[in-house]
Design a protein around this ligand. Structure first.
Ligand SMILES: [Zn+2]
Length: 232
C-alpha cells in the first residue's frame, strides 16, 4: 500500500516534471523574439542603404544635368553668332566636345546609380516582406504557444492538487525518503518491478527482496540503484 502510494506520487511528479519542462520551453520560445528583431534590423539597414542609394542617384542626376546645361550654354555661344573669331570658335567647339565626353561619363554613372537604387529598393521590399511574413507567423505561433501554456498550467495545477492531497496521507519518513531519492536519482524515486527485475536499472531481485517489496507497510529498495520498489 505504501509503495503503491509512493508509486502514485511518482507518477504525479513525473507528469509535473514533464509539464514544467514544457512550460519552461514555451516561456523561452515566447520570450525569444530574436528572429523578428533580426528581421526588423535587416529592414532598417536596407532602408538606410536605399536612402543612400537614392541620394547618390539624385547627386548623379544633378551632376549630369549640370554638364548638360554647360553644353547648352557652350553651344548657344558657339552657334549664337556673337563669336566670330575662328580661334575662339574652335576653342568653344573643343570645349563642347570635351563636355559631351564628360556627359557620357556622368550618364554612365547616373545609370549605375539608378541600377543601384533599384537593387536597394528590391532588397528593402524583400526585407519588409520577410519581416511581415515572420510577424504573421509569430502571431499564429504565439496564439498556439499561449494556448498550450494555459493547458499545461491547468494540468500542472490539477497535479499539484492531487500531489498535495496524496502527501497528506503519507507518513513523513516515507515521504522524506522519496524526496531524497527523487533528488539524487534523476527524478525517479520509485521503480516498478517487472518480471522479477527493477525497471529502472534492470537488476534482478532476490526472492527475499521480492517478498519484502510486497509488504503493505514497509518499503523495499533495489540493491543496485537503491530506488523504492513497487510491484504492480
Ligand atoms: Zn534498480
Amino acid at each position: 500500500m505504501l509503495a503503491f502510494q509512493l508509486h502514485q506520487l511518482q507518477e504525479i511528479d513525473t507528469g509535473r516534471d514533464r509539464l514544467q519542462a514544457e512550460i519552461r520551453a514555451l516561456e523561452a520560445r515566447l520570450a525569444d523574439r530574436s528572429a523578428i528583431e533580426a528581421a526588423g534590423q535587416a529592414v532598417a539597414a536596407a532602408k538606410v542603404t536605399l536612402e543612400r542609394a537614392r541620394q547618390a542617384l539624385r547627386a548623379a542626376e544633378a551632376e549630369a544635368e549640370s554638364v548638360r546645361q554647360k553644353i547648352r550654354r557652350t553651344e548657344q555661344t558657339l552657334y549664337g553668332g556673337q563669336v566670330r573669331n575662328p580661334k575662339e570658335l574652335q576653342d568653344l567647339q573643343r570645349e563642347a566636345e570635351a563636355l559631351k565626353r564628360l556627359l557620357a561619363v556622368k550618364e554612365d554613372a547616373q545609370l549605375e546609380a539608378m541600377l543601384a537604387a533599384e537593387e536597394a529598393e528590391n532588397a528593402f521590399r524583400a526585407a519588409e516582406t520577410r519581416l511581415n511574413a515572420l510577424q504573421e507567423e509569430r502571431l499564429q505561433q504565439e496564439a498556439r504557444w499561449n494556448g498550450d501554456l494555459a493547458t499545461h498550467r491547468q494540468r500542472l495545477a490539477t497535479l499539484d492538487q492531487r500531489r498535495q492531497h496524496l502527501t497528506t496521507t503519507l507518513p513523513g519518513d516515507a515521504l522524506n525518503t522519496y524526496e531524497r531519492l527523487r533528488q539524487s536519482r534523476g527524478g525517479l524515486a520509485v521503480a516498478t518491478v517487472t518480471e522479477g527485475a527493477c525497471d529502472a536499472c534492470g537488476a534482478p531481485l532476490t526472492p527475499d527482496l521480492l517478498r519484502a517489496a510486497r509488504s503493505p507497510d514497509t518499503l523495499a529498495f533495489c540493491r543496485t540503484c537503491k530506488r523504492i520498489l513497487y510491484i504492480p
